[in-house]
Design a protein around this ligand. Structure first.
Ligand SMILES: [Zn+2]
Length: 225
């Protein structure tokens, strides 16, 4: 199964009509956050395959509320829509042709605003997601195949500053649930010597910025764990 993973930056290599032929064999798209809805909608429309995503710290709230008398009402004129035709997988697990995909949005909390979490808050998100994976374990005999996140795991592809520090909870997630891949964004790569793929136990950690093609065995095929 061929996966197009994207994150953080709109790139002309993808934002043009040639992707229809160049990436015609892509089975699904995974977006790791900080990308505008128009970009996701363009890709999902042209490639016509499922697109699963999580939000990053620079994604805005989908709705702006205004005060009307005593009520807070959604201000439709100011609403930044969620990308149409795309599926938000934050805190959820979805299945695509037998492939189990889960997601965890956001970065380390560094200022007031949405889609940011403390180490502790992310630990709770991981625990909540774990309860949802439990059912899959019973039904499928494995927890999850791919975890998509915005931030990197702690000390893997992450930064030294607070905003770009990775989450420790992702390390525990990989040790316990052993996904084949953890695909993240948030850590921009401008130096080709910077590692973009790192093995952690049984998981390959991949930085998707700004885009990567990932080949994964079809679920149930020989050679899978
Ligand atoms: Zn980010």
């Amino acid at each position: 199964m061929k996966i197009l993973a994207i994150s953080d930056e709109v790139v002309p290599q993808l934002y043009n009509s040639n992707i229809e032929t160049r990436y015609a064999d892509v089975d699904l798209v995974l977006s790791c956050g900080d990308l505008p809805p128009y970009y996701l909608e363009f890709i999902v429309t042209v490639l016509n395959v499922p697109l699963y995503y999580v939000k990053g710290n620079h994604d805005h709230e989908p709705r702006v509320y205004t005060e009307s008398k005593d009520l807070l009402l959604p201000d439709i004129s100011k609403a930044l829509p969620c990308p149409g035709g795309c599926v938000n997988v934050d805190g959820r697990v979805v299945e695509h042709k037998g492939l189990l995909i889960a997601g965890l949005e956001g970065s380390m909390r560094y200022k007031p605003g949405p889609y940011q979490y403390t180490q502790n808050e992310m630990m709770h998100k991981v625990a909540r997601l774990g309860t949802k994976l439990f059912l899959r374990r019973i039904l499928k005999g494995r927890w999850v195949d791919i975890l998509i996140t915005h931030a990197a795991p702690f000390e893997i592809h992450d930064g030294k500053d607070h905003c770009h520090t990775g989450f420790r909870a992702f390390l525990g997630f990989m040790r316990r649930y052993k996904p084949q891949y953890l695909i993240h964004g948030h850590s921009h790569v401008y130096d080709r010597r910077q590692p973009r793929t790192t093995r952690y136990g049984e998981t390959l950690v991949v930085n998707a910025h700004p885009y990567r093609i990932i080949e994964i065995d079809d679920p149930g095929s020989a050679g899978r764990r």
